[in-house]
Design a protein around this ligand. Structure first.
Ligand SMILES: CC(C)(COP(=O)(O)OP(=O)(O)OC[C@H]1O[C@@H](n2cnc3c(N)ncnc32)[C@H](O)[C@@H]1OP(=O)(O)O)[C@@H](O)C(=O)NCCC(=O)NCCS
Length: 215
């Protein structure tokens, strides 16, 4: 356990993350990074053998997958898939055979609710918000998040989306690294209290985003 913690601290971004943990303990303030990438559909993406990418935009389309898989993916997508689709959102999956490798949800502009912290995000009509990125534990560190994010951005570019936005806890080293390696830019920062009250969002206005507290 101690060895694991030391490895984390020594790894890239480990000390900075430890600083944010300290800040959170002392001040009860949490920091999130807002990152984005411009969507392009011309990126050639070759998935590892046996992996396939699927996107779902309606509950009818999702009914083609097994009940078992629907239940598993609902565990990691915040609201139910039906609610997500009802608000114009979509689900993006990486599978091997009939097993879930990784998943994420997309909400489209011009506004959406972020569940954690509980905020309303205002963005452009042609922006999309990526949330609930999750690689199932057996498939971590095999590039699943990297492939799924890239495939989703390609897919969204064909659907009139110009920019994809995400937010990441400043202490979430794996996720920060995954987005950075995939070429995403850090554009703004969210500071909020532990119960989700927004304190400030430096850089948000310049990025064409508005944020306000509330469910
Ligand atoms: C964050 C998460 C999605 C990464 O998924 P993953 O499929 O393991 O990521 P990838 O294999 O595509 O990794 C891509 C890059 O991210 C970085 N990365 C991934 N896991 C990492 C870790 N544990 N520590 C440090 N860097 C890590 C690496 O730079 C990696 O590239 P490399 O393996 O070539 O060095 C996964 O750990 C997860 O589901 N965590 C729990 C949920 C979560 O935190 N979601 C993100 C919310 S924003």
């Amino acid at each position: 356990m101690l060895e694991e913690k030391l490895e984390f601290l020594r790894g890239p971004g480990g000390l900075r993350a430890a600083g944010y943990f300290g800040l959170k303990l002392l001040t009860r303030i949490e920091v999130f990074r807002i990152v984005w990438i411009l969507a392009q559909s011309n990126t050639l993406l070759v998935l590892p053998s046996g992996w396939r990418y699927l996107s779902f935009h309606t509950d009818e389309a999702l009914s083609a997958v097994s009940n078992d898989m629907r239940e598993r993916l609902a565990e990691q997508c915040g609201s139910s898939p039906k609610q997500l689709f009802g608000r114009g959102g979509s689900l993006h999956l990486l599978l091997t055979g009939n097993t879930l490798v990784a998943q994420l949800s997309i909400k489209r502009g011009p506004s959406c609710r972020i569940d954690s912290p509980p905020l309303h995000l205002g963005m452009a009509e042609t922006d999309a918000f990526l949330g609930y990125l999750y690689t199932w534990p057996a498939y971590r560190r095999q590039g699943a998040a990297k492939y799924l994010i890239a495939a989703t951005v390609n897919d969204l570019a064909t659907q009139n989306i110009n920019r994809v936005i995400a937010h990441i806890r400043a202490t979430n080293v794996p996720s920060l690294a995954a987005f950075k390696h995939a070429g995403w830019r850090t554009g703004a920062t969210i500071l909020c209290t532990l119960n989700g009250h927004l304190l400030m969002a430096p850089g948000a206005t310049r990025a064409g985003l508005t944020l306000r507290s509330g469910m």
